[in-house]
Design a protein around this ligand. Structure first.
Ligand code: ADP
Length: 577
């Protein structure tokens, strides 16, 4: 189940839209490059004239004047080309920035279930390899394509102005170029697509093996992982080999296509001169043009090839847009803060329900602990209550509005899920906090940090809130990272929190310290705690016992113990330990 890939037409529509957004800059670049191309074209033109003048007999002054003009032409060309290239690079960067921002937005709003199902290899491949390929073409390719096409077009025009009869010879290369290019283009895109997905498979196999190296070792899966690696490598090798063959054929055709015209110009030109249809100077100019333009044609073809690769990558990047959202905001406003689950069912895989019609009313401000054996569906129910996944049956509502009918921002201001996975993002401490509320002021951030007991250590950092943290900079301890996550929650300020094993992975000393921070965050909110230690359950207002995707007992701790059911037994055995 890989992520979708966009159609070619979608890639074209998107590229056109991107270019249209930068129309003005595009025109500017073309104008500057046209200036450079014209100055470059003036050189053979003047040389051709000089040839004719020398044949007819001329003075040294005329030769000297042509020399000065040639120098001016070269200087102008340098100037235009330099400024033009700079503008072109700026244009490439702006286009790429827009692409990257849009892609990042899409990726960060993908439905979690899709990401989980597709595996991280595919998405990782698209965000790394594919983005790199597109980046290279947008940054350097788009500017160079503008430069080379302008140059080629103007060279042809100039050649026809100099001598239409001689210029016809330039066209002899065109059929060769067209035939080879068409042959190539028809085969290249599918081959490059296959190649990209083979690389994504390598990424996937590699990250899975490395991330779970301990498991691979313990279960002696080494040989099987290696075999799988060899398999995906072979696949990638095959496509690399195939596309290399396609390129090799293309380049043979291309070389023929641009060497031939020069030869034809000279032979055909000599015949024309004999018949008085062209001058030696004009033939010299056109022959020089045919040599000068080779470089541009070669470069253009190189970029056409790279554009093929990039458009395959772009269709994988845009494919991510095609993932169906798992929620459509209805823009209803919740009337109240009561969270109600009705007959909630959920299946990670169709037909395999792990929740079977769970109903639950959360009282405002209560603490509910969910306990039960591993695999009972506690975490899954937690994710439903936090609106992470839409339930496959039944509904979870807040104030009468289904959680999945809210926008992500609205949802997060109602209910948030707190897991033990806490990530410190690369950036400053303030950046990490503002993820929760972009417009949070410094005072608000300091208050939030103070309430989770983290202000002291943040203030002791070299730049306080402005200190850079995350990989490559200062790495906070796991407890500090957890506190940052809690401070984010304070800023987010949802009325309901779902805690999934929030402190279980920390060492007990840090856990006790964190519990204070956590309690500060929990105060005044409705809390659903997925409990792995029964004393959490003991402290809760109510306890729900889950088994096999159902709530089998629910009520205050004392009542359940007095009732003498499954929970009472659990509690007794835990106390004996
Ligand atoms: P608990 O939190 O009580 O241990 P979970 O909610 O994690 O239980 O799991 C309930 C059931 O759903 C288990 O059978 C588990 O194997 C299955 N499950 C959990 N997560 C996934 C997933 N991402 N894909 C498929 N099945 C899953």
């Amino acid at each position: 189940m890989l992520l979708p890939v966009a159609e070619t037409t979608m890639v074209w529509t998107y590229s056109r839209r991107l270019l249209r957004n930068h129309r003005l800059a595009l025109v500017g670049v073309v104008v500057l490059q046209a200036g450079a191309a014209l100055a470059a074209l003036a050189v053979p033109w003047m040389l051709g004239d000089l040839v004719d003048a020398v044949r007819a007999g001329t003075t040294r002054d005329v030769v000297a004047r042509v020399g000065v003009l040639l120098t001016i032409a070269v200087l102008l060309q340098t100037l235009f080309a330099g400024v033009g290239q700079r503008q072109a690079m700026v244009l490439g960067e702006s286009i790429f920035a827009q692409l990257r921002e849009e892609f990042l937005h899409t990726v960060t709003h993908l439905p979690l279930s899709t990401v989980e199902r597709a595996g991280t290899g595919d998405l990782l491949g698209r965000t790394t390899n594919d983005v790199d390929r597109v980046q290279w073409v947008v940054r350097f390719g788009v500017p160079r394509v503008l430069v080379t096409t302008t140059t080629i077009a103007l060279t042809l025009v100039a050649a026809f102005l100099v001598s239409p009869w001689t210029a016809v010879a330039l066209l002899t290369g065109v059929p060769l170029l067209v035939v080879f290019a068409r042959w190539y283009l028809r085969r290249a895109t599918p081959a490059y697509l296959k190649g990209s997905s083979a690389w994504a498979a390598i990424n996937g196999v590699m990250t899975e093996s490395v991330e779970h190296a301990a498991t691979v070792d313990q279960l002696a899966l080494g040989p099987r992982r290696r075999a799988r690696m060899t398999e995906v490598l072979r696949e990638a090798w095959h496509w690399e080999d195939h596309t290399l063959f396609l390129r090799a054929v293309l380049f043979v055709g291309m070389v023929l296509g641009y060497v031939l015209p020069t030869a034809v110009v000279v032979v055909w030109g000599a015949w024309l001169v004999g018949g008085g249809l062209a001058t030696v100077g004009a033939v010299s100019t056109v022959a020089l043009y045919s040599i000068q333009v080779r470089h541009s044609i070669g470069e253009l073809l190189f970029w056409i090839d790279e554009i093929q690769v990039a458009s395959a990558s772009l269709s994988r990047i845009l494919g991510v847009n095609l993932v169906e959202p798992d929620r459509y905001p209805s823009h209803e406003t919740p009337a109240g803060e009561d969270i109600v689950a009705r007959e909630v069912a959920y299946a990670y895989r169709t037909g395999h329900d792990v929740l079977h019609g769970v109903s639950l009313d959360l009282a405002r401000g209560e603490r509910l602990a969910i306990v039960g054996p591993s695999g009972a569906g506690k975490s899954t129910l937690g994710r439903m209550l936090a609106g992470i996944h839409p339930p496959t049956g039944g509904s979870v509502t807040v104030g009468g509005v289904r959680l999945v009918d809210l926008t992500e921002e609205e949802l997060r201001s109602e209910v948030a899920l707190v897991t033990q996975e806490h990530h410190v993002f690369v950036g400053t401490v303030a950046d990490n906090l503002r993820l929760a509320r972009a417009e949070a002021s410094e005072d608000e951030m300091r208050d939030a940090l103070a309430s989770v007991d983290a202000l002291t250590w943040v203030d002791s950092l070299p730049d306080g809130l402005g200190t850079k943290v995350g990989s490559g900079a200062l790495t906070p301890t796991p407890a500090q990272a957890q506190q940052l996550a809690l401070a984010r929650l304070v800023l987010l300020d949802p009325h309901t929190l779902v805690l999934d094993e929030a402190t279980s992975l920390l060492d007990p000393r840090a856990a006790r310290h964190l519990e204070r921070s956590l309690n500060a965050v929990l105060a005044g909110r409705t809390v659903v705690a997925i409990a792995h230690r029964l004393h959490t359950a003991h402290d809760a207002d109510r306890v729900a016992v889950m088994e096999d995707g159902r709530i089998v007992e629910i009520g205050p701790h004392e009542e359940l113990v007095a009732h003498g059911g499954g929970y009472a037994a659990l509690w007794r055995s835990w106390q004996q330990e």
